[in-house]
Write a protein that binds this ligand. Structure first.
Ligand code: C5P
Length: 237
């Protein structure tokens, strides 16, 4: 198995999007926890809950809890605190929840002095098209929207931004290297697009100085996930 951590390249987060534990564990058991991070999203969390996160922790994995909190500040404060209590490595909120909500999420982590989880904000979903933005009443371009929400999130003290790959370069330029960039919508040639719209290749992710790439179906739907991961790592070298 190739180790992406040996080279300066984006670290790989596997989106563990399965409909049952058996399928998830089949993949998890193939992965080295010192190399790959795992993302637990709405599907797995709803099916398996906190217990599953504890089991993955026991196996040595760092967990990104991607529940994209978006609610009133008080609710997000309490949910963020509860998530951090699980000992996760990273969690997400929606930047469009606004300044007060973002500050509440950040404040919730103040009591976690040793090793608080990284708090990151989703700007725009990688599945979103500009026309869909207009449909919900936002009249600026997708790029402007992403840059605006990135700056807002970073100004509120968040550690990083989830954004489509194409905007990553601009965000690093605007906010500096300290702001972590996490990018889903990663595809290599011949991969199916599924519902994603704003995609980039792993090689582009490296060129754009992205810190973490999130890969889901290219791996979870693959008959040979490790071979596929090796291919992805090789393409970034
Ligand atoms: O299967 P695929 O590689 O498209 O999976 C992408 C993963 O990243 C999914 O788990 C999805 O929920 C998540 N995600 C995303 N776009 C965002 C934020 C998270 O696709 N902006």
């Amino acid at each position: 198995m190739l180790n992406p951590n040996l080279f300066k390249m984006p670290k790989i987060i596997i989106a563990l999007d399965f409909c049952n534990k058996k399928s998830a564990m089949k993949l998890v058991n193939l992965l080295n926890p010192s190399i790959y991070y795992l993302k637990i999203g709405k599907e797995m969390f709803t099916i398996l809950g906190c217990k599953f996160i504890k089991e993955l922790h026991k196996l040595g994995f760092n967990i990104f809890l991607d529940l994209k909190f978006h609610d009133i500040p008080n609710t997000v404060f309490n949910a963020t605190k509860a998530a951090a209590d699980l000992g996760i490595w990273m969690l997400s909120v929606h930047a469009s929840g606004g300044k007060k909500m973002l500050i509440a999420a950040k404040r919730a982590l103040q009591s976690f002095k040793n090793n608080p989880p990284l708090l990151i904000a989703v700007t725009a979903l990688t599945s979103l098209k500009e026309v869909e933005l207009q449909e919900i009443g936002i009249q600026i371009s997708l790029t402007e929207y992403i840059l605006k929400l990135s700056k807002l999130s970073y100004d509120c003290g968040l550690d990083g931004i989830v954004c489509p790959g194409k905007e990553a370069k601009k965000i690093k330029f605007l906010l500096g290297n300290q702001c972590k960039i996490i990018t889903p919508g990663i595809r290599i040639s011949k991969d199916l697009l599924y519902d994603q719209n704003n995609i980039i290749t792993p090689k582009e992710a490296k060129e754009f100085n992205i810190d973490y790439i999130v890969i889901g179906r290219s791996i979870t739907m693959s008959k040979h996930p490790i071979k596929k991961l090796d291919l992805i790592v090789k393409s970034m070298q």
